[in-house]
Design a binder for this molecule. Sequence first.
Ligand SMILES: *Cc1c(COP(=O)(O)O)cnc(C)c1O
Length: 497
Amino acid sequence: MELVYRSTRNAQETATASEAILKGLANEGGLFVPDQIPALDVSFDELAKMDYKGVAYEVMKLMLTDFTEDELKACINGAYDAKFDDELFVPVKYHHGAYIMELFHGKTIAFKDMALSILPYLMTTAAKKNNINNDIVILTATSGDTGKAALAGFADVPGTKIAVFYPKNGVSPVQEKQMVTERGKNTFVAGITGNFDDAQTGVKKMFQDKELAAELSAAGYQFSSANSINIGRLVPQMVYYVYGYTRLIAAGKIKAGDKINVVVPTGNFGNILASYYASLMGMPVNKFICASNDNKVLYDFFTTGTYDRNRDFILTTSPSMDILISSNLERLIYRIAGNDAEKNAALMKELNETGKYTITDEMKKNLDCFYGNFASTDEVAAEIKAVYDEDGYVMDTHTAVAAAVYDAYKKDSGDDETPTLLASTASPYKFARSVMTALDADYDKQTDFELIDSLKKVSGVAIPQAIEDIRSAEVLHKTVCDKEDMPAVVKSFLDIQ
Ligand SMILES: *Cc1c(COP(=O)(O)O)cnc(C)c1O
């Protein structure tokens, strides 16, 4: 049976999975959601015997029903290969009372690689299936990690071009260097004089700009998205939760059917939503623990039922979570509103016009399985140090937000002993200064690359290729623009007058 995707803002707008991947965003700014999430049709005990790619196929075949088995397996095999520096792809390690899923063993050492390694394959397969002759232009706003992961995925993929916008002063030095040294001939990178929300809003505006779409079409182009608003990002992210759950079975830590908690350091709400979707597929979850940094809109939302972005945007040591408009929350709102596009659209209109909205008590009841909390920058530093002192494991700042919030959850829940999977979203090498100064303030005297060498000494973990690659790489992208100028720079990148 074909799974139907539908816009969260207009029940009449439907798409197949491949059409939804191609479009990225629905009309009127809606997001595509599946009408239902099919149940896994293989037992957990069987899944526990499969490798990552085997689990990926079993999960993705249920969500991307208009892809053939051959197409899907070709996408999976193309994506998950020696680009990853761990043959398990997602090793699960026990530290600080949680099973830590290291999601950062891909090309750009952030969890975005898990989905962005496969998205170009899904996208080009979808274009073929739908007889698209235009080149696909991937438009991407990034808080730091999506940008390079998308560039790495789409670089020199025939039939595609990619433009990335990042907040000029809102990413780590390693993140920026990774992006501006990108060599793919079909790539374009620009810093904007604003924050991530400005970049994301600018990109969403371009998607909805009918005049721009017509100009693009005349030149043989059409837009799509590599952000987690694209269902082609979310579906591959469901895979590692099912994989992580079945690794706990394989290791004898739980039995098939036992509940687990998941802890996710959250920004745009894509990663944690993927875990929620995985639970709808059958993975038993006790609590979804949503961890925020000082930009704690989601914590406030889960505690009060009011989403309010009217506040200062705070630059933290976990920049990939510095977000005030968590786009994917819309998919959860739609669901707890009873899959009601009209109700959801009204709330999103309020968000757009007043910067906030409040859900009904009835809707709020459906959020009981979520626990939200946040960790301040100081708490994150203390957590990195505490975990390191325990057993020498060094975590990055985003993962440490999750670990600190998990500590708070344990206290609040009266020591809930449910086995817990914690999503580790980046390698500490990506945020070496914040990580090393958390261990000892004196490290602040070192240069960025001295810090890399020091991190190797204290952690004993080999320096990832992604870091070696940028040591001597030449800066190739120097554009900086205002958010108003984003359409103009995209047109100039595409040689449209
Ligand atoms: C993107 C990112 C996050 C936030 O993930 P969302 O899916 O946007 O909630 C957390 N940590 C790191 C390192 C990231 O790159």
